[in-house]
Write a protein that binds this ligand. Structure first.
Ligand code: M6R
Length: 584
């Protein structure tokens, strides 16, 4: 949700921030802007849409300092006025997060506002505070006190980078609940929402903690705590998580689906890692297990419930992180909370982890980003190792989340897991015709059904179709159809039935017959060969049924991708969405 990038140094800052924003575009892409200082004045350039547009309008400019932003709109639509940076007389700021009390603050401030954003209120509040502070302090101290007093008034989440026209050789950064990293190199420094957007091995990196303020210069950085006492931050190791483009694929999403076999191969290594062994040994002592996550990660959690209950015999709850964080928290002894998050930055999941820790639970992150906020908060991290995922749709990361949960369950009960899933998925991807679903594109209603762990695949299939192809679809546990939803099913419907579990074979087939009787077309996705069904079948490779959801989701991911392409949509950047949801 919004990407921030700032640069100060000997290079042209404009080129550097544009290149940074290009790597942060997965966080939001409805508008982009930058600010720089020229002859003592703050200048801004803003444009609607992708960073590419900003690049075109700013390519002739040169500066030694700049802050920039790619936006996912929260307050106010995607217009130039609402685009960051937001300014006041002395400041330009870029912000990732939400200021929850911005309306209150706005009412109290005697300024004219040009935008509908919460961020502009911060820019004006800074100005207000600065008027007093500059009477008492020299410039840097005045800005620091201004930030302190401003932060004290804010509620919500923010990572903010600012430049001040009277102090044009520094970028000031402060944060609460939204991530921001500072990188210091030789004669150049960067600030960024994501460490991987800073391309240099020669930088020293620091993650700001909540309340920290950083004063970033070309060759140096100073950190302060929220009371302006000097703070010492630990240097962090740069985690090389480079994203490699591949010209063989027209979109990131299809490239990432095709990376599934390699991601599985990489993720398998976790099985013998120390952290995995330690956690699996301690697992038996936990009396309560809760899995939290959002969207696709939540669906992986549903699979986690299935596999842990089946293999380990422990009761597992799965809760949407956005609900979990506001639930009445009942203190419980020996609780384990597993937070699943590809990005490791999802605000609701992060808040859930913090709540779980406060109530004494042990926390585990299943994430794809080792340097993420959720990783830092959790007691254990099980890294999915899917490699960077940039398309908004979670595909290879979902498969790896499922795989980690399966491996964990196997480890706890000392079972040898199926190891050849990389090879099997590779073969399946080569053989499966992604355009299989084409003849059903004209249908008006899409249902995905399944039981047990197949129902989580059904939810995921429906989410993908909504998210990428903008098609209304429903995921439904097959047994539930007749309790209401069946009334929607008719000849305009396509029902995709997923069937990988032996014990509910007949039951899911009953549901298939019920929808066929109502005129729907049905596609059956199964690894069973002995099924008497005359409609379209996608035959899955023969894998151990407990890990079949890892394979059965692949045709559904391809369905949404090809449908989006057929509709002329960009599957990598679906409207209204962003890859990393760092706001509530
Ligand atoms: O980074 P996270 O796994 O925490 O993200 C959670 C959801 O926002 C995410 O899975 C979302 O549902 C995907 N875009 C779905 O493809």
């Amino acid at each position: 949700m919004c990407g921030i990038f700032g640069y100060i140094g000997n290079d042209n800052a404009i080129c550097r921030v544009i290149s940074g924003l290009e790597k942060l575009e997965y966080r939001g892409y409805d508008s982009a802007g930058l600010a720089y200082v020229k002859q003592g004045e703050i200048k801004t350039i803003k444009s609607i849409g992708k960073v590419e547009n900003l690049k075109i309008s700013s390519c002739a400019i040169s500066s030694k300092i700049s802050i920039a932003h790619t936006r996912w709109a929260t307050h106010g639509s995607a217009t130039e006025k609402n685009c960051h940076p937001h300014t006041s007389e002395n400041f330009a700021i870029v912000h990732n997060g939400i200021i929850e009390n911005f309306e209150d603050l706005k009412r109290k401030l005697n300024y004219e506002f040009y935008s509908e954003t919460d961020t502009e209120v911060v820019a004006k509040l800074l100005e207000e505070k600065y008027r007093e502070c500059r009477k008492k302090f020299k410039v840097e101290d005045a800005v620091l006190h201004t930030i302190k007093e401003t932060q004290d008034c804010l509620k919500g989440s923010w990572a903010i980078a600012l430049i001040c026209k009277l102090d044009p050789k520094k970028i000031y950064v402060f944060k609460n609940k939204s991530p921001i990293v500072v990188g210091i190199g030789k004669n150049e420094s960067c600030v960024s929402s994501d460490i991987n957007a800073i391309e240099s091995d020669e930088f020293n990196f620091y993650n700001l903690e909540d309340g920290n303020i950083a004063v970033v210069k070309q060759d140096d950085v100073k950190f302060y705590d929220k009371n302006l006492n000097p703070a010492k931050l630990e240097r962090i190791r740069q985690v090389q998580n480079k994203y490699f483009e591949d010209e063989n694929f027209s979109h990131k999403m299809i490239k990432e689906i095709n990376e599934i076999p390699f991601s599985i191969h990489q993720t398998a290594k976790i099985f013998d890692s120390d952290e995995f062994i330690t956690l699996s040994k301690r697992f038996k002592k936990f009396k309560e297990i809760t899995i939290i996550g959002c969207g696709t990660a939540y669906h992986a959690g549903l699979y986690g419930k299935y596999i842990l209950e089946k293999y380990v015999g422990k009761k597992v709850d799965v809760v949407l992180a956005s609900e979990y964080r506001y639930k009445t928290k009942i203190k419980s002894e020996n609780e384990l909370v597993i937070a699943i998050s590809q990005s490791g930055e999802t605000a609701d999941t992060l808040a859930g982890v913090i709540l779980a820790k406060e109530s004494g639970a042990t926390t585990v992150a299943i994430t794809n980003v080792s340097s993420s906020s959720i990783t830092r908060e959790c007691n254990f991290t099980l890294l999915t190792n899917a490699g960077p995922e940039r398309a908004v749709a979670a595909t290879k990361s979902y498969v790896c989340q499922i795989y980690v949960l399966y491996l964990l369950a196997c480890k706890i009960i000392n079972k040898t897991p199926q190891r050849d899933l990389d090879r099997i998925t590779e073969k399946f991807l080569k053989a499966f015709n992604g355009r299989f679903f084409e003849k059903y594109y004209s249908k008006q209603k899409f249902f995905f059904i399944g039981r047990l762990c197949d129902s989580s695949t059904a939810f995921e299939g429906a989410l993908k179709l909504k998210e990428i192809a903008y098609v209304h679809s429903e995921g439904y546990p097959a047994g539930e159809l007749k309790h209401g939803t069946l009334s929607l099913v008719d000849e305009k419907s396509l029902v995709v039935a997923i069937l990988t579990q032996n014990i509910i074979k007949e039951k899911t087939l009953n549901a298939v017959h019920e929808v066929l009787a109502r005129g729907a077309d049905v596609i059956l996705i199964t690894q069973f060969h002995d099924i008497d069904f005359s409609g379209d079948i996608i035959t899955l490779p023969n894998v151990c049924q407990e890990i079949a959801p890892l394979v059965s989701v692949i045709p559904l991911q391809l369905f949404s991708y090809h449908y989006a392409i057929a509709k002329g949509l960009n599957p990598d950047m679906p409207r209204h969405l962003a890859k990393s949801v760092t706001v509530e």
